[in-house]
Design a protein. Structure first.
Length: 227
């Protein structure tokens, strides 16, 4: 019987690739006075390249941008602070986010979230998506002092949700930090397909969040373990 669903944030609930593109275009317009010597497409492309889908923190990204494009009158730290304060206004959800969470809650499934990242920054993004109220527990690595794929953060979430690993599933986009890590503590791993990886070994694979309640239903009522 499945009692809980735990989600990753970036690449799972938040369409980070789309959000970054919205943000960086806004930043280019907002700070145009200092960076208008750089072609917009070039600025955007280089930021996305350096960001590496969020795996490089932005202090490094902006230091490199300042060097690459000889930006003056604006420090890398000021660019970073702009990112920290403004990114939340560019958050793009994946399709069917709210309806999926609503359906799970209506089916008496308790919800949790585990995300790596900076505490306040990630919480601002969660609130911008309007989804904080759906989750009984939200664990962010900076605030927890541990991060995925460490088992401690998964076990803490399960403890807060008061469920056993066998009564829960984890939905995420990263094969190792999300899927394998969740499976290692006894949870079912549901991979939200991402073009960056192929042949991911997961208990279930979904293209769209709306498929998650169907998986819960299958596991709970039909006792189907995997497909």
């Amino acid at each position: 019987m499945i009692k809980a669903v735990v989600f990753d944030l970036d690449g799972t609930l938040l369409n980070r690739d789309a959000s970054v593109k919205v943000f960086i275009e806004k930043q280019y317009r907002r700070l145009n006075k200092w960076i208008n010597h750089i072609p917009k497409d070039k600025y955007i492309t280089r930021f996305v390249e350096l960001d590496n889908r969020g795996y490089v923190w932005k202090d490094k990204v902006y230091q490199q941008l300042v060097d690459d494009f000889d930006i003056t009158g604006l420090t890398w730290d000021e660019l970073l602070q702009d990112y920290i304060s403004q990114f939340k206004d560019s958050c793009v959800p994946f399709p069917n986010l709210i309806s999926t969470l609503e359906q799970l809650k209506n089916n008496n499934i308790v919800l949790g979230m585990i995300t790596n990242g900076k505490g306040q920054f990630q919480m601002d993004n969660i609130r911008a998506l309007g989804i904080e109220k759906y989750f009984k527990t939200i664990l962010i690595s900076e605030w927890e002092g541990t991060k995925k794929p460490e088992p401690q953060i998964f076990l803490k979430a399960l403890n807060k949700l008061d469920v056993l690993p066998s009564e829960s599933i984890f939905v995420g986009d990263h094969p190792e930090k999300d899927i394998k890590a969740a499976q290692n503590v006894g949870m079912k791993g549901v991979w939200k397909r991402d073009y960056q990886w192929g042949n991911v070994k997961a208990d279930f694979i979904v293209e769209d969040l709306k498929e998650v309640p169907l998986i819960v239903d299958k596991l709970s009522h039909l006792n189907i373990k995997s497909y």
